[in-house]
Design a protein around this ligand. Structure first.
Ligand code: SF4
Length: 200
């Protein structure tokens, strides 16, 4: 996927939360909010309180988000992402995740896990990524079996963002477990978006 970014008309895609949540830097001050509307309001209020003109606040916030995270923006106004892609089905993804998990668990190599803080930071990136999708639909025994394998890989550890984590439609792994793994133990793809933590 290639996104042509045009700063003057770029708009954050509705429903996509940038890595680290909605934020904006006014000088050295980091302003943070749960939604882009709240962020715009916070920036507006902050500027008003500090004698900073508000004439370009709306586009300043958009340009910051789209300049920092171009994959989270579109150059067309009010685009809403529908988390469905034509090149996968949840049953195929479940099957691929199961194979992925079995391969890891049957490997002779050890797979040491990363710390909670790093896993959480990765989980927040995945949770805002369009390639993170729910794979738990269909055959309930397949889902349970795959969940057990995933839990075994991550040694039953979890992040605070776990409810938002699904499978990665590009790398075909379970994000819930993958965020705890070393990058060298995971597949790579040139198709992953620039915001993907595996590209860091
Ligand atoms: S691993 Fe990368 S590409 Fe896959 S869902 Fe997470 S951030 Fe997106």
């Amino acid at each position: 996927m290639q996104i042509i970014y045009s700063p003057s008309v770029a708009k954050p895609i509705i429903g996509m939360v940038p890595p680290g949540g909605f934020h904006f830097y006014q000088g050295d001050v980091r302003l943070f909010a749960d939604t882009i509307e709240d962020l715009r309001k916070k920036v507006t209020d902050f500027r008003a309180e500090n004698g900073i003109p508000n004439t370009t606040t709306y586009t300043d916030v958009n340009d910051f988000i789209c300049g920092t995270y171009p994959d989270f923006c579109h150059h067309v106004d009010e685009v809403t992402i529908n988390l469905s892609h034509t090149n996968w089905t949840s049953s195929e993804l479940t099957a691929d995740i199961q194979v992925w998990a079995k391969n890891i668990l049957s490997s002779a190599r050890e797979h040491p896990l990363v710390g909670d803080e790093l896993a959480e930071a990765r989980a927040r990136i995945c949770s805002g990524c369009i390639y993170n999708v729910n794979w738990k639909t269909g055959c309930s025994s397949c889902i349970s079996a795959t969940e057990r394998l995933s839990a075994s890989i991550r040694q039953a550890r979890d992040t605070g963002s776990t409810p938002a984590l699904g499978g990665c439609t590009i790398l075909r792994h379970d994000n819930r477990a993958a965020v705890f793994m070393q990058p060298e133990d995971l597949a790579k793809s040139s198709d992953t978006p620039t915001h993907c933590w595996l590209n860091k």
